[in-house]
Design a binder for this molecule. Structure first.
Ligand SMILES: [Zn+2]
Length: 520
C-alpha cells in the first residue's frame, strides 16, 4: 500500500529553488516514489492531507555525544550558571532530588565568573555528600569531580591535573586527566540509566526534526561499550557511530566508522587548541596530541580501505596537521581516491583561507557547529578575548567553505551546545563575523551535509528513489522570520514515524503495515 502526502509546500532541496514548490509526495514503504505538484500526482492507495504544514528533508546532527546528551536531560544544568556559587547551589538541589549514586552536570563555563575559578572538589563533596559527582565543562575537554573520586585517580601520572598555589589538586581535571576520571565514573553509572539516556537522546532529537545522529564515540569520553551499544541497538532514529581511535582495524572490527572526534588538539575554552599564536590562561599555544606521521599513516590506511576518516582539529596548527596528513594520503593513493572517501575534519574553527582551499582540493568535508560562533564568536566573546577580534571574526568561516567549494555537515557537538537544528541554521545565517550563509545553504548543510559525509547517496533531498526521511513543520521554513520558532509536527525515518502526529500502522519501518494514517 502506498500513501500520497499532500502539504502546503515541500522544499525538496533539489533543483531550482525559485521554481514552484512541490506539494505532494508519494511514499512507498521506506522510499519516496514520486514528488511533484498535487494536480500531477499519480493515483495512490491512500491520501493524507497535511493541511498548512510544510515538509523539508529531515535534519542530521553530524556531531553528537548522544549518551551524554541523554544524561544531561536528566542531570544538573549548568550552562546558565553565572558563578561557582550558583553552580554549587544547583548541584545541592539536584542531590536532594535525585536517588542516583552518580550525579552528572553539564555545561559550566567559568569565563566571566566572579570567583575567577570553578568550585573545588571539597566544595562539591560538601554540596553532594556521599555521591560521585562529575561536572563537565561546556567544551567537554575538562571536568570537576568530588573529593572521593579525585582521591581514587592516579594524579601523579596524569597530565591535566589543575593544582592550587600550594600544588594541591583542586578537582579540576583537563584532557587526559578528565578522560581518566570519566572512565572511573562511568563504571559507577547503572546500565539501566545509560540505556534510558540513549533512548531519551533519540526521542529528543526526533522531536526536533532530526532523523540521523552521528554519534562521536570516544575511548576517553564515552568508552567502547557505549559505542558498541549504539552500533548494535535499534533506535527510534538512525544513529551512525564513529570511533575516535587512531587504529583503523579497531574501528572496523567493532562495526564503527573510523575517527570522528579523534582529537588532534584540545579546545579554545580549555586553552588546549593548537594554534600558531600564544593565548590562553597558561600563556601557551596548545599542543598536538599525535605526531604527523601517525596521523598521515592512519589517513592513508583509511584511503586504501576506501572509507572516510575524521579528526577533531580546532586550532590552525591542528588543521594544518590534518590537511597535511590527507595530502600525504593523496600522494600515496591519488587525489581521486582521497576525494572518494569524503574524509572529514570536526570543528575546523581557525583555518586560514589557504587551508580551506586545500580542503576543497582533497574533498575534505567541514563538520562544523554554527552555534560555536553564536556562543563564543564575534567581537566580545571568548575567541576575541583569546585571539583578538580579527581572528574571532574569521573563526568558523562558513562563507569561505561555501566560496571555495568545501562541503559542510552541520552539527551541535551536544552537549557542548544543545540539539537545536534550527538554532544552528539561524547561527549560520547570522555569523557574528559576517561569514554566514543564506538560509537555504545552511538548511542544506544541516540536512544533506551529514548524508554526504556518511556516504549515504540514496537519502537526503526529497526526490524519487531516495529513502523517505523528512520532517513536517507548522509553517514555511523559508517564509518565517525566525526559523527557531518552527514547530516539528512529525519526523519520518525510513518511511516510519519517529515523532509526531502522523502515526504508522505498525512497525517503525512501515513496510509491514504500509503507509500513514492521520491520527485523531
Ligand atoms: Zn570534538
Amino acid at each position: 500500500m502506498n500513501t500520497l502526502l499532500v502539504a502546503a509546500g515541500i522544499h525538496t532541496l533539489r533543483g531550482d529553488p525559485n521554481a514552484e514548490p512541490a506539494r505532494a509526495l508519494l511514499l512507498d514503504g521506506d522510499r519516496i516514489a514520486w514528488v511533484g505538484l498535487a494536480e500531477a500526482a499519480p493515483a495512490a492507495d491512500r491520501t493524507v492531507d497535511l493541511g498548512g504544514a510544510w515538509v523539508t528533508p529531515a535534519f542530521v546532527d553530524a556531531h553528537v555525544h548522544a549518551t551524554a546528551t541523554g544524561m544531561a536531560l536528566e542531570g544538573v544544568a549548568l550552562a546558565t550558571a553565572d558563578s561557582a556559587t550558583q553552580a554549587l547551589d544547583r548541584l545541592r538541589r539536584h542531590a536532594a532530588d535525585s536517588h542516583s549514586p552518580v550525579l552528572l552536570g553539564y555545561g559550566w563555563d567559568d569565563f566571566g565568573w566572579p570567583e575567577g575559578a570553578p568550585p573545588t572538589a571539597e566544595q562539591i563533596s560538601q554540596a553532594a555528600p556521599g555521591r560521585t559527582v562529575m561536572l563537565h565543562r561546556v567544551d567537554s575537554h575538562s571536568c570537576l569531580v568530588d573529593a572521593a573520586t579525585l582521591s581514587r585517580l592516579p594524579l601523579q601520572t596524569l597530565a591535566g591535573v589543575v593544582r592550587d598555589a600550594e600544588g594541591i589538586p583542586t578537582g579540576w581535571l583537563q584532557e587526559a586527566a578528565s578522560e581518566a576520571a570519566q572512565s572511573e565514573v562511568r563504571q559507577r553509572i547503572p546500565a539501566s540509566q545509560q540505556q534510558a539516556a540513549r533512548t531519551a537522546a533519540c526521542r529528543t532529537a526526533a522531536s526536533l526534526g532530526i532523523a540521523s545522529l552521528h554519534e562521536m564515540g570516544h575511548p576517553g569520553l564515552s568508552g567502547l561499550d557505549d559505542a558498541r551499544a549504539w552500533a548494535a541497538g535499534d533506535w527510534p532514529i538512525e544513529v551512525i557511530t564513529w570511533w575516535a581511535q587512531l587504529d583503523l582495524a579497531a574501528a572496523l572490527g567493532h562495526g564503527l566508522r573510523p575517527g570522528g572526534d579523534l582529537f588532534l588538539d584540545g579546545s579554545i575554552g580549555s586553552g588546549t587548541a593548537a594554534t600558531s599564536s600564544v593565548y590562553g590562561p597558561a600563556g601557551d599555544n596548545g599542543a598536538l596530541f599525535h605526531d604527523d606521521e601517525a596521523v598521515a599513516a592512519w589517513f592513508s590506511d583509511c584511503t586504501a580501505a576506501g572509507v572516510g576518516g575524521g579528526v577533531h582539529a580546532i586550532g590552525d596548527r591542528a588543521i594544518e596537521q590534518a590537511i597535511g596528513a590527507v595530502e600525504a594520503a593523496a600522494a600515496a593513493h591519488g587525489v581521486d581516491a582521497v576525494r572518494r572517501c569524503r574524509h572529514r575534519i570536526e570543528h575546523v574553527e581557525l583555518p586560514t583561507r589557504r587551508h580551506v582551499q586545500r580542503m576543497a582540493r582533497l574533498g575534505i568535508v567541514a563538520s562544523v557547529q554554527p552555534a560555536f560562533d553564536a556562543t563564543w564568536g564575534g567581537d566580545h566573546g571568548l575567541y576575541a578575548a583569546r585571539f583578538g577580534t580579527e581572528a574571532a571574526r574569521s573563526s568558523n568561516p562558513l562563507a569561505w567553505f561555501a566560496q571555495e567549494g568545501v562541503a559542510m555537515a552541520f552539527g551541535s557537538d551536544s552537549t557542548v551546545t544543545p540539539l537545536d537544528p534550527w538554532g544552528g541554521v539561524a547561527a549560520a545565517t547570522h555569523h557574528l563575523g559576517g561569514l554566514g550563509l543564506p538560509r537555504s545553504a545552511a538548511l542544506a548543510a544541516h540536512t544533506l551535509g551529514g548524508r554526504y559525509v556518511a556516504g549515504q547517496d540514496d537519502v537526503g533531498a526529497l526526490v524519487a528513489g531516495h529513502r523517505a526521511d523528512f520532517a513536517v513543520w507548522d509553517a514555511d521554513p523559508f517564509a518565517s522570520d525566525d526559523p527557531t520558532a518552527l514547530r516539528c509536527l512529525s519526523t519520518v525515518v525510513a518511511g516510519g514515524v519517529a515523532h509526531g502526529d502522523l502515526t504508522l500502522n505498525g512497525s517503525r519501518a512501515g513496510r509491514t503495515a504500509g503507509g500513514f494514517s492521520a491520527s485523531p
